[in-house]
Design a protein around this ligand. Structure first.
Ligand SMILES: NC(=O)c1ccc[n+]([C@@H]2O[C@H](COP(=O)([O-])OP(=O)(O)OC[C@H]3O[C@@H](n4cnc5c(N)ncnc54)[C@H](OP(=O)(O)O)[C@@H]3O)[C@@H](O)[C@H]2O)c1
Length: 261
């Protein structure tokens, strides 16, 4: 019988995960079943990706269950999760640890925590992951292979997941803010915003690709671009004068403070 993956919670992250997996054709290997408290959401996503939306859980027995609800909704969602004692639970819920999830899971359970970011939708996510002791090595390998379609998967000790929640989970929003600022700068100079947006995007993409490919330190790369007495170093000075790196660090620090309370 074809194995299935049940998604509980078809919001931003749940949708991004399923889109990313289907982009790499996992829907040809697994039967994807989509469930959301708001039926229209699962129905809409199912229609978009040609998958199945489910209302009741009769007759289904998922191999994997992806839990993608907000932390406040976890306890209620476990009324669904607990119907599937055999399932391996993949939780993306921020701040709810494996111990708490295991307590909620009536069946002891195989629990996996991951902290992806929305870039998984295009296969360019960061996916830190921690496994509960209940998982066998073959199950871990199967999961790592599945998730490798979503981007860079790295197994970490669970205590580090909160750091990644902020750095790679929230990170794309802060990067988007930089892109917006760069786009606005182009518009201010007189470049049409559509062009300026594309220039900002491609510049960030190209910089990231080059640093990644050549394993360059950002400070070293900055020195390659900025010639002595040139225009780039004037821009660098202006950003440094306003404490740019410190401001970026402050953004992540505030996000972390909010996460850990
Ligand atoms: N967004 C990110 O970038 C990101 C990154 C890393 C981790 N996460 C984690 O991913 C989880 C989901 O975040 P999100 O941004 O995707 O939130 P979201 O857009 O609000 O999606 C959650 C979905 O789950 C539904 N839901 C609530 N209770 C449910 C239940 N009992 N059964 C089934 N569905 C239920 C919600 O419906 P309602 O709208 O009616 O509540 C909503 O459609 C969170 O725990 C978050 O910490 C998100």
């Amino acid at each position: 019988m074809e194995e299935s993956i049940l998604l509980v919670g078809c919001g931003n992250m749940g949708s991004a995960l399923v889109r990313g997996l289907c982009r790499d054709h996992w829907h040809k290997k697994f039967r994807f079943l989509l469930y959301d408290a708001v039926e229209e959401k699962s129905a809409q996503l199912a229609q978009e990706l040609k998958l199945e939306s489910v209302k009741d859980m009769e007759g289904i027995s998922p191999h994997f269950l992806i839990l993608a609800v907000k932390p406040k909704d976890v306890e209620v969602a476990f009324k669904i999760v607990n119907k599937f004692p055999q399932a391996i639970i993949l939780s993306v819920v921020a701040g709810v640890n494996i111990h708490s999830l295991t307590q909620l899971f009536a069946h002891g359970g195989k629990i996996v925590r991951l902290m992806p970011n929305l870039c998984v939708e295009v296969g360019e996510g960061v996916v830190p992951i921690s496994f509960s002791d209940a998982l066998h090595s073959t199950e871990k390998e199967e999961i790592l292979f599945l998730l490798s379609s979503l981007g860079w998967v790295l197994e970490v000790e669970e205590r580090y997941l909160d750091y990644f929640t902020v750095l790679s989970g929230s990170g794309p929003a802060l990067v988007a803010l930089f892109i917006e600022g760069m786009m606005d700068a182009g518009v201010e100079m007189g470049i049409p915003w559509e062009t300026s947006f594309k220039v900002a995007l491609q510049t960030v993409l190209g910089t990231a690709s080059l640093l990644k490919d050549k394993e360059l330190h950002p400070a070293y790369f900055k020195n390659l671009v900025a010639s002595p007495g040139g225009i780039t170093i004037a821009g660098v000075r202006a950003l440094k004068r306003h404490g740019f790196e410190g401001i970026v660090m402050e953004g992540f620090r505030e996000a972390y403070k909010r996460l850990v309370g």
